[in-house]
Design a protein around this ligand. Sequence first.
Ligand SMILES: Nc1nc2c(c(=O)[nH]1)N[C@H]1C(S)=C(S)[C@@H](COP(=O)(O)OP(=O)(O)OC[C@H]3O[C@@H](n4cnc5c(N)ncnc54)[C@H](O)[C@@H]3O)O[C@H]1N2
Ligand code: MOO
Length: 417
Amino acid sequence: MPDPAAGAHPELLTVDEHRARILEAIEPLPDFPQPLMDALGLAIAEDVVAEVALPSFDNSAMDGYAVRREDVVAATDETPVHLPVVGEIGAGQGGLLALPPGTAAKIMTGAPVPAGADSVVPYEWTDRGVAQVRISAAPTLGQHIRPMGDDVAVGDVLVSQGTVLGPRHLGLLAAVGRATVRSRPRPRVVVLSTGSELRDPGTPLGRDSIYDGNSYLLAAAARRTGAIAYRVGIVPDQPHAFLDALHDQLVRADLVVTSGGVSQGDYDVVKEALTPLGTVWFGGIRMQPGKPQGFGHVGDDRTPIFTLPGNPVSSYVSFEQFVLPAIRKLMGRTPYARPTVPARLTHAIGSPAGRRQLVRAEYGVDAGAAYATPVGGHGSHLIGDLASSNALVVVPEDVTSVAAGTQVQVLRLDEEF
Ligand SMILES: Nc1nc2c(c(=O)[nH]1)N[C@H]1C(S)=C(S)[C@@H](COP(=O)(O)OP(=O)(O)OC[C@H]3O[C@@H](n4cnc5c(N)ncnc54)[C@H](O)[C@@H]3O)O[C@H]1N2
Ligand code: MOO
């Protein structure tokens, strides 16, 4: 029996097979030292070991007076102790190297504690004297001193390889003096949409034309995944125009994504232009939406190319299933594919046999229980429904109907992972 899902496609792969083939063909981009701010959101490609301690010297936690505790141990409100003030140490001022016995030095928060001092008396326990200070309470030994190495010791592993750098990591790396870190760069993703019917938003629309939503959808999805996205926009259904545009873009591409022109039509430009190269596979996937797919490489640098179907929902779902894991692998971010989470399906859904269906849904949590409510129909042109959803319910290949109340697996589209 011919597989009805196969249609005229000579080859029909499962989603998992296609994704595995893609990931096998993609190598992470080489890492190199990058300025800290450029590394925000990138996976670090080295273990960072502290070369300095934090704090890097004993310093005061309060504005007050550095003292030797033995000199002020008897101080109370009734029996205050008076000490001569021999100096003032502000943050960034290491001038006073040692505190003579029987004296005090004004000290500011963060300033280095002079040798000999073992405690800090906060201003509130004193008369804030300039030449001489009246101290009316005794600190405990070491009080209000932040000892060197208290937070980070030399040799501590501060950030380990593979960590995705966030603001707190960058703050720590700067605090130990790192100006750059080795990380893999953001992949440069070029997005081209094909179709002679397409028009740019903001321009007049004819009776037979539509606005190019896909290049925005895909470029935004690429950027959200962490890539630098170049939205090239519209290429007409002429193989030469397509190949020219592609060739022009390869210089700045780590990965190319096209939309449209890959099914069985008479003007399927992407397939027509790339098939003769022999380096791009075209075929069908047991997936709905997003059956027609292409993947391969182009140009001297063998730049990976994804040729996604033109229907907007198919394009987006294909991006989620195949392009997103590839971008993450280029960046060295794991897991490559988005993990699913369980949720209770609120309404029954049907699904074609032999295809993994990805059903647009609204995911939420009600009284502590996760739910997924299907949004709109199955049509892969329904971009309005796509925009109202925040999740995709995954219906496995061998399942043709799912009853309301069933626990299903869901991809949460806006979640960081
Ligand atoms: N005879 C067959 N026809 C079709 C098959 C098939 O197996 N046999 N598969 C269908 C499926 S499934 C899909 S998905 C589409 C994929 O078609 P293409 O990738 O060739 O895409 P186009 O024909 O260029 O466009 C499809 C559809 O999407 C609209 N579109 C295209 N680009 C954009 C864009 N940038 N922004 C918004 N909308 C876009 C386009 O106008 C068409 O309506 O093929 C089926 N046909
Ligand atoms: O596979 Mo097409 O993406 O169903 O509409």
